[in-house]
Design a protein around this ligand. Sequence first.
Ligand code: SF4
Ligand code: SF4
Length: 378
Amino acid sequence: MSDPGSANHKPVVSIVKCDNYESISVSKAIRSSIDGLGGILQFVKPGNRVFVKINLLMGSKPEEAVTTHPAVIKAVIEILEEAGCKVIVGDSPGGPASKGRLERAYKKSGVTQALEGTNAELYMGLGGIRTPYPNGKLIKSFEILDIVPKVDKIITLPKLKTHMLTGFTGATKICYGFVPGMAKATYHSTLPDPDDFSDMLLDLTQLINPTLAIMDGVVGMEGKGPSGGEPKKAGAIIASTSAPALDIIATNLVGLDPKDLPILRNAISRKLVSGKLSDIEIVGDKLDTFPFIKFEPAVRKKKGGMRIPRPLRRFLVKRYMNKPVPSKNKCIGCGDCMRACPRECIQIIDKLAVMDYEKCIRCFCCHELCPERAIDIK
Ligand code: SF4
Ligand code: SF4
């Protein structure tokens, strides 16, 4: 694990059209995207143990576009197994961790089924190990999944989605899944400001330093992502060794401005990527040959709300930020939001989630993890 390159060398991003999840189309597009970067043997060697880190979030049906599509997972496993690798597939979803919950999430998302006919294993670990990262800008040591030091390579499979807290979830944000289960809540609680949270994510991505990211941008999510938005076709598989460069291309493809997205805004100010398309070598299909696509952004501010200066945000968050509001008709009182809330400010009263808005830090974990999509942002 070492620091990835800076904006001084030109990162390469491979983008290939793919407009459906039929296995032949997906496999062809992924193979082509990897070939654009020099072929799979540039990244792995026969005999390598490779952890394929998917976007599982909480477990959701593939057509809801919350999780990495099983067709993408299967295609990547097949490519790695053909290259002679031992593949382990997994994630650590948000909320309290348990084997049963993890198993249900893998099944519901079609991940278990994607492994059928392959020799890949599902990662069922729940534990973390404390790992120092002295080069971190904000965080100097992380608790990360115990699988990380046990594999030779890590390949991430992010989904192209908007995100209520960080604006966008892609090749950088997927690394948050390397923080096990409820340990994630600590960062939400201590870093409620999206810019600080994004700096932590950039530190974590540098620590993990995945060998390669292959984004499922066939159908992404717009609006109130990463789970409460609407599926929308973007028609692309995008691959790169540089997470921020991949995210710049993906956001450009769907009409999101990096300046509005804390992760990319911070990546640019930290010179991990320049933010200019001309500073990225794009291979595969030309960007201007994709149809015009505009994703609805995830909006955290109240209508008409201004951008609040950073030092004042923690004091004004309640006034200017939207809040999570459970629906009486949809909430079943399951308590998942209550268990995931980093501020312990949700109670279940008469089978309805009730928030204490004075304590709420607007992290939107409850909205993100509600299995009934019962929490709106208003
Ligand atoms: S809001 Fe969602 S997660 Fe919370 S109790 Fe209701 S159904 Fe469960
Ligand atoms: S109520 Fe929801 S948005 Fe507020 S702190 Fe808890 S999880 Fe975060």
